[in-house]
Design a protein around this ligand. Sequence first.
Ligand code: NAP
Length: 496
Amino acid sequence: MTTGIDIAIDSRLADPTLMKQAAYIDGEWIPAPARDGLVVTNPSTGATLAVLPAMGTAETKDAIEAAERALGPWRSRSAIERSRILRRWADLIRENADDIAIIESAEQGKPVGEARDEVVYSASFLDWFAEEGRRVYGDVIPSNSADARIIVIKQPVGVTGGITPWNLPAAMITRKVAPALAAGCTIVFKPAEQTPLTALALMALGERAGVPAGVVNMVTTLDPPAVGLELTTNQTVRKLSFTGSTEVGKILMRQASGNIQKLSLELGGNSPFIVFDDADIDKAIDGVVSAKFRNGGQICTGANRVFVQEGVKDAFTEALVRRAAAVKVGDGFTAGTEMGPLIDEAGVAKVERHVADIVDKGGRVLTGGHRHELGRTFYEPTVISDLPRDSLPWYEETFGPVASIATFADEDDVIDLANDTEYGLVAYVYTHDVGRVFRVSEALETGMVAINTGRVSNEMAPFGGIKQSGLGREGSKYGIDDWLELKYINLAGLSR
Ligand code: NAP
């Protein structure tokens, strides 16, 4: 069960056993039946990469039971023992980063170098939470009675669930699994249909690192609603961490309400990218290229609306058009490729709908605006000016390589424009005025603000959104809290 169907991919791997065609439950690799499996393809070529089990409610229940059996022994281990396993796992991921990047690039489409960066980034969450798990401190609080002490301890939530998207197939998994395991929880998770092979390679390395059977379980499916329903309504599952669209997040939240289940939701974004007159334009261009064209624009932190102050509009727009037109689009394995295909036909259709709507309402395409000549799901890096306030990208994430520019007059104006969305994940601001940095950062309705940089994600910082971009934070010292419950012990009878 270790070889994929696309021989070309297998033959590129130093360790072909990382290419699993199975689900992973209770420490067992469960192969696909002969028919009706989940077929994983390469979006760049259409080639079949693997066939996995198409599981449903029954297998999800099995996985939850396995996680329940594993919970007691796992949470009873000392934090340092759990930490050592997580660190070994991180080391193995880094040692095998080239192979995992090949698998990820094949199933997701992104350039293999970009995939490698993500794989290394994914290991950072295991390192980080290996340490944070050792710092789960409690409190002793003065009581109102001399006879008593109030003690607060933190305990693992228990059996948990995770559901992840296809755009960052490695990092979105470790961002949940690492804090879960460090806290002493066990987990059942479901990766996206398009990108389960990266997740399976991570599972194979987790097994080698010594993660016991049942502590991490991975269900593969063609029926996400069935798996999601079980994960939110099964009373054994005390928490669900979901990364994906706001639409699906709302479904899961409704379902979880019956169970009063703890929820972390990392949902969609609609990020403003704001360039003031005093900005360093070259750096702002670097930032917007990273925040817009990385991963083909398929990132929740993607710059969806670019607001440029009137005085620098022409210089900024001309420079961005030049840079976008020069982005090299191609297969993820072709040397020099900077942007791969979009994930699927539905992804391209959404981008086309957004571009058509902008043009209908008066926006202007300055470069790109069409499917790429490479065909399939390749799309041209696109820059649009005069983004109309009533057009789709103003209110919805485009999730593609389209930079849509609007202009603004002053600080108050741009804060009003930027906050005119139901989302609140991240905002980017380019300026050198320190007072403005504080004023604007505090006025923006987002969970994160990036000043003079196009990137915000790292393991040290609390990643997450407000408004309809979600609940909770991942990464940082705060990230482990979502996987812990507080217990207060009122210890009385201390007087002689
Ligand atoms: P999606 O359609 O919401 O899917 C995300 C995950 O949910 C996938 O595993 C999907 O399974 C599963 N799913 C779909 N319907 C479900 C249901 N009814 N019940 C349970 N699970 C269900 O989102 P996507 O298109 O994969 O990912 C893109 C979205 O993720 C964007 O909105 C992006 O902004 C967001 N995102 C947010 C963050 C963040 O940290 N805030 C990070 C990355 C991405 P299948 O794949 O099998 O359909």
